[in-house]
Design a protein around this ligand. Structure first.
Ligand code: CTP
Length: 403
């Protein structure tokens, strides 16, 4: 569970578009993260998804009417917005964008939005021509200039049967946007971080490569939590099946050499480098230019070492975090790596149990300190713990710079 959602009050405004069918999933994901979610709907939205669906998910009343429900001393129709940490309108129709841009408040969604001083996210969803219409574009610009976060819409098949720009962003991306907006004043807001993730692929011939089992999940979780805490985050990613995290700059690479190049470029103005990628240690010395045929009875590949990226980056002031994926004599090998690569923090894990899994059991090692053995945890919680440790290092660094 990402911590940034925990106990946050989020109002989800649902308006009348077919994409409304995806919103229960968004609500479910926010609830899973520990947020308190209230849903408000326009009457048109209830034609697509019943209020009962949201009521059952949130266990809270769903507001559809603009006629305020008095809750104790407070008028329900304005209280929700006033108490929220964030409001998200998904899907946002062209009509609702226009109303939001002009302060019209004639339904439960626009009224709540007008009475809500918290940050607003909107996820437009509509027909391509409606979205591209100068009136809608002008409304989007008004909202953007006012600080509203606009997520999507994306290009793809639309309800009209057309293919064009107008598809609502998927719940995954919307959750990412909620997390980023909630966290933008977070403890890492003044920092720039680079995280690497996934495996690398070293070509053998045009159709084959050497690689490893890394899924990229740990590195992606680290990039997401850095973003949740307000850091300007770059993710240098080897090939994975994972979607780019919202609000994170992702640079895709394939080989160790490409990763080394991307890290060198991005780390130049970074405060923290977290090397979570499972970089190949060897690559074929001379990849074949054509597909290797199987006629030969045996095949010997000559390998040469790749550059050790982490060891090669030496910049005073940069916090360097490494991972040690070991299969035996874990602590001994990890301590040796901590020293050899000049690291501030090393995350040790048992490669056989961690690679590709959703959970990890890691030990945090710092120079001159006793190992901090963490229990087996979901990778996003491991990521939170790692950033707690990095934050401590950054604070110490700041204190020693000041003192
Ligand atoms: N690493 C790197 N460049 C490489 C290999 C590894 O930057 N060519 C980084 C990894 O991202 C990780 C750390 O170094 O943060 C340790 O990686 P690991 O594979 O555990 O160790 P190696 O240095 O490759 O040593 P060995 O294979 O002998 O365990």
């Amino acid at each position: 569970m990402p911590r940034v959602l925990r106990d946050k009050r989020i109002v989800v405004g649902v308006t009348g578009g077919i994409a409304a069918y995806k919103v229960p999933e968004l609500v479910r994901r926010l609830l899973q993260g520990g947020a308190v979610v209230d849903v408000v709907m326009t009457p048109a939205a209830t034609e697509f998804v019943g209020p009962l669906t949201f009521q059952a998910l949130t266990r809270r009343p769903v507001q559809v009417s603009t006629v305020g429900v008095w809750q104790g001393e407070q008028a329900g129709h304005v209280t929700l917005g006033a108490q929220a940490d964030l409001m998200i309108v998904a899907p946002a129709t062209a009509d609702v964008l226009a109303k939001l841009a002009h302060g019209i408040a004639d339904d439960a969604v626009t009224l709540t939005a007008l009475a809500c001083p918290a940050p607003l996210i909107v996820a437009p969803a509509m027909d391509h021509y409606m979205y591209r219409h100068p009136a809608t574009q002008a409304n989007v610009e008004v909202l953007r200039a006012r600080g509203v976060t606009i997520v999507g819409p994306h290009h793809g098949p639309l309800a009209s049967g057309m293919i064009g720009e107008g598809r609502m962003a998927e719940p995954d991306e919307l959750v990412g946007a909620v997390r980023q907006v909630l966290g933008r004043q977070g403890p890492l807001r003044e920092y720039t971080v680079v995280v690497t993730a996934g495996p690398t692929r070293e070509p053998v011939d045009p159709v084959r490569f050497l690689s490893n089992h890394s899924s990229g999940k740990m590195g992606y979780a680290l990039a997401e939590v850095a973003r949740d805490r307000g850091a300007a985050t770059t993710l240098v990613s080897g090939p994975t099946c994972l979607a780019p995290p919202y609000g994170v700059r992702r640079i895709d690479v394939e080989t160790a050499a490409e990763m080394a190049q991307a890290v060198r470029e991005t780390v130049a103005d970074a405060d923290v480098l977290v090397m979570c990628a499972a970089v190949a240690d060897f690559r074929p010395r001379a990849p074949a230019s054509e597909k290797i045929k199987k006629q030969t009875a045996s095949l010997v590949l000559e390998l040469e070492p790749t550059e050790d990226i982490l060891a090669s980056i030496q910049r005073p002031g940069l916090v360097k975090v490494g991972f040690a994926a070991e299969t035996e004599r874990l602590l001994e090998h990890a301590r040796e790596k901590l020293e050899r690569k000049g690291l501030d923090l090393l995350v040790l894990n048992d490669a056989r149990r961690t690679m590709g899994a959703d959970t990890a059991q890691v030990t945090l090692l710092r120079p001159g300190q006793a190992p901090d053995v963490l229990p087996e945890l979901p990778k996003d919680e491991v990521s939170e713990r790692i950033w707690d440790a990095i934050q401590l290092l950054l604070e110490l660094r700041k204190d020693s710079a000041l003192g």
